[in-house]
Design a protein around this ligand. Sequence first.
Ligand SMILES: [Zn+2]
Length: 340
Amino acid sequence: MAVLADVMFIGVLGISDDAAGRSGGAEVAGLAKATFLGPEPEESGVGFIARAPATGVRVPSATRDFAGGMDGRVELAMVRSAMRLTLLLLLLVLGGCVGFHPMTTSRPAGGRSELDSTEGAADGVRLRWQSVGTTTQGRPLRMTRLGRGPRRVLWVGGIHGNEREGRVATAELPRALAAVPGALEAVTLTILEDCNPDGTAQNTRGNARGVDLNRNYPARNFQSSRLFGLRPLDQPEARALHDLILDERPHLVIVAHSWHDDHFINFDGPAEHLARRFSARSGYRVKPSDSFAATPGSLGSWVGRELGVPILTLEYPRGRQPWAAWHETREAILDVVLSG
Ligand SMILES: [Zn+2]
């Protein structure tokens, strides 16, 4: 980082000198001359160039100085070599700056961090991302909010790290919702981009400790184990989503997953009517939780059965191309988001 800052300083020097009316070539020559005429000739070119303005070294802009304006101590070939080096550094700096986006810029009260807010800016939808927690490996748990309506919906883009078929749906949902007339006045949509970014990074169901986060919630059917967590909410990712739900008090929670050799819409709590609406729009079959697998300590168990909040667990077909997954469920998702 310190190196980058030094190099950026050089680039800025070159640009500002150009703005002062000098030719770029002459100024580069001037910087090169400073390198060789300065009091510490053994210094690296980079370090000395950065300090050149403080020494007051300035070079006339005429190109004739390349050959004869250096008291014969610097050869023309050396000047050209320095020019190439400086121009290369400038190009590297400009290239590097484009991709440099610091993630965390501040930490306001409440334990949430403001994140870079430029992502997701498309079609007039500008998203401000916050961190609602940090994973075991230090990744932020990114959350954003859209709309200002009385109906509060929480979308969770993933909780099992090897089930990322819903990632395009997560990215595209804000724009799709904003395109529905009146939607942003009817709904407040909160998106947790990924509850398990460590698992996503290593393509594992569990988090970095190997714990299934969808078994770590304080439901009555919680089962203590190394795979599910020794205690409810002993994993930071599960705790962050738990706290987010208590803060938001959503009217509906939707969570994206995927399933081997099948796809369906699962529900817990008072959500059967929403599951049926979803099914009618998508063709995904409705499956209540107790019909296919035991899910002790699942998010659905806690949210649906303990809190009494409708929750839909969307099981995409495992391996489905994420854009295809989005397109085949887009209308169904918008329908249940907007259905009060
Ligand atoms: Zn899953």
